[in-house]
Design a protein around this ligand. Structure first.
Ligand SMILES: Cc1cc2nc3c(=O)[nH]c(=O)nc-3n(C[C@H](O)[C@H](O)[C@H](O)COP(=O)(O)OP(=O)(O)OC[C@H]3O[C@@H](n4cnc5c(N)ncnc54)[C@H](O)[C@@H]3O)c2cc1C
Length: 471
């Protein structure tokens, strides 16, 4: 970055608060008391993010008589569910391209189930009056390099031939008519497949809805271990135990209580900035009347969107894997990434020069080698888990919750019959191999971005094996 641009970027960040904009909200509910003593229930849900809360809510909706307890190790929504970009996508496969590549024979079904899942989220938001700024705006993938434009055109043709996606190709003028940046060369618009929402308000709304249906929630209650107990399972917590017939784990990137699940995911830190609210003139200079979410098409991509009060969230680009898969809250703040992101923001929107960032934060993403979630059971089918959403879990966690409940019920459903649900990703190797492989992949992806999209021998091998690394 040129010294002037660096100074501008640094200045724009000088007042930024080091926490998620979404969680820095006066509406944030107080944490509920921790569990003390023993509890008994039909279903214990571990984890108070979207995964756990959807599981608890859907369990009660399926059977209101079921006794459901949820334990959260810290506070509901403090982790990825309270820090994400708020892009709530229909895709269950980390985007259509990933799904077509990995499950070509069932992609039609996966797309249908994903669309139904997003419709069901919208209905739930309406039914429980969840005040989470849900807007079904759609999303535009923009090309900022000539090779990306070619790729978008080819992908548009291919999805048309496959009868999937219903995507609209936008040329340079059309995309800039939606959102004006001198860097945009064209785009693909998906009008129905993505909604924007306030991530933390969704998680808090789901918590309220669960409590309203009679779910008992304990915060600051970490599950320390699970073991068979009679026909069910006992979960130890710091001040008590929970005896449950069934257990559902929505613990995302945190060490799974089922040890053999751990090698399937690695934490990848992803970062975002939030601007101050744009005034009417500044907003008019960008357009954005459709309020779509946007992402650029590079391997190291940015995602960006408007909030309800017309701030711009700008995130992505760096994907940081800490050696050994270390989870460490000091990694939530990364000034060198914030500086880079701010510089790239002003390169994208030079007309917004002078805008300031009010918040800068990061969070760990549960990355797996196939990018889309995997599912399974343990302890004779009495414990179910879903993890590995790899940066696209805002919508897909509701589907994962349905899968966990299906698996616990022991019944085959249209979800559990899917090859995507029955198969697992390739686990990550132990260190130092994981670090070496991830670093090589990251460098190769960055090189591809600056060399016309050309994928080197390492990336082509990974592609052939159906492996990858993403945030
Ligand atoms: C910066 C960032 C941007 C993102 N942007 C998007 C986006 O725009 N769109 C999108 O679709 N996805 C996005 N994601 C990913 C998305 O946020 C996640 O996929 C989703 O929130 C996962 O929900 P979850 O409930 O599985 O996990 P989490 O929200 O991480 O919740 C898991 C919870 O389990 C608790 N827990 C763990 N272990 C235990 C235990 N032993 N006992 C008790 N509790 C436990 C944790 O404390 C935590 O609260 C983003 C993620 C990040 C970090």
């Amino acid at each position: 970055m040129a010294p002037d641009a660096m100074r501008t970027a640094a200045h724009s960040l000088s007042d930024a608060r080091p926490l998620s904009y979404w969680l820095d909200d006066p509406g944030k509910p107080e944490a509920l008391p921790a569990l003390t003593g023993d509890e008994r229930c039909d279903l214990l849900v571990v984890g108070g993010g979207y995964s756990g809360l959807w599981t608890a809510l859907l369990a009660k909706e399926r059977d209101p008589g079921r006794d459901v307890v949820l334990i959260e190790g810290h506070e509901v929504g403090w982790a990825a569910s309270g820090r994400n970009g708020g892009f709530c996508a229909a895709s269950l496969t980390h985007g259509l391209a990933n799904g077509v590549e990995r499950w070509p024979e069932e992609i039609g079904k996966l797309e249908e189930l994903g669309a139904r899942n997003l419709d069901a989220i919208e209905e739930t938001v309406a039914r429980y009056s969840l005040d989470c700024d849900f807007e079904r705006t759609g999303e535009i993938d923009v090309a900022t390099e000539p090779h990306q434009l070619g790729e978008l055109r080819a992908w548009h043709r291919r999805t048309g031939e496959l009868g999937l996606g219903g995507l609209e190709f936008l040329d340079r003028d059309q995309v800039r008519d939606h959102v004006d940046s001198p860097t945009f060369l064209g785009g693909l618009l998906d009008r129905r497949g993505v909604a924007m929402l306030h991530p933390a308000k969704l998680v808090w709304g789901l918590k309220e809805a669960c409590l309203g249906l009679g779910v008992r929630i304990y915060e600051n209650t970490r599950g320390l271990g699970l073991a068979r107990s009679g026909a069910g399972t006992a979960v130890r917590t710091p001040y008590g135990r929970v005896f449950a017939r069934d257990v559902a784990l929505g613990t995302n990137i945190f060490p799974s209580l089922v040890r053999r699940v751990r090698p399937y995911t690695v934490p990848v830190y992803d970062y975002a900035l939030m601007t101050e609210p744009l005034d009417a003139d500044r907003l008019a200079s960008v357009g954005w009347r459709g309020r779509e979410g946007l992402g650029d098409s590079a391997n190291q991509f940015h995602y960006f969107r408007l909030s309800a009060d017309n701030r711009i969230l700008w995130g992505g680009y760096d994907a940081v894997y800490p050696y050994g898969g270390r989870l460490d809250s000091s990694l939530d703040q990364r000034p060198e990434t914030f500086l880079k992101l701010a510089g790239q923001f002003f390169a994208c929107f030079p007309q917004l020069s002078g805008v300031r960032f009010t918040h800068a934060w990061g969070g760990a993403i549960d990355t797996c080698s196939r990018f889309s979630a995997f599912y399974g059971t343990a302890l004779r089918g009495r414990v179910a888990y879903a993890a590995g959403y790899t940066g696209l879990g805002v919508g897909a966690t509701r589907f994962g919750a349905e899968v966990m409940l299906d698996l616990l019920s022991g019944r085959e459903t249209e979800r559990t019959a899917l090859r995507m649900v029955r198969s697992k990703p390739m686990p990550f190797p132990p260190e130092p191999l994981a670090w070496a492989g991830i670093e090589l992949t990251k460098r190769s992806l960055a090189r591809a971005d600056s060399h016309g999209g050309h994928r080197n021998a390492w990336l082509r091998t990974m592609d052939r094996l159906g492996l990858g690394f993403d945030s």
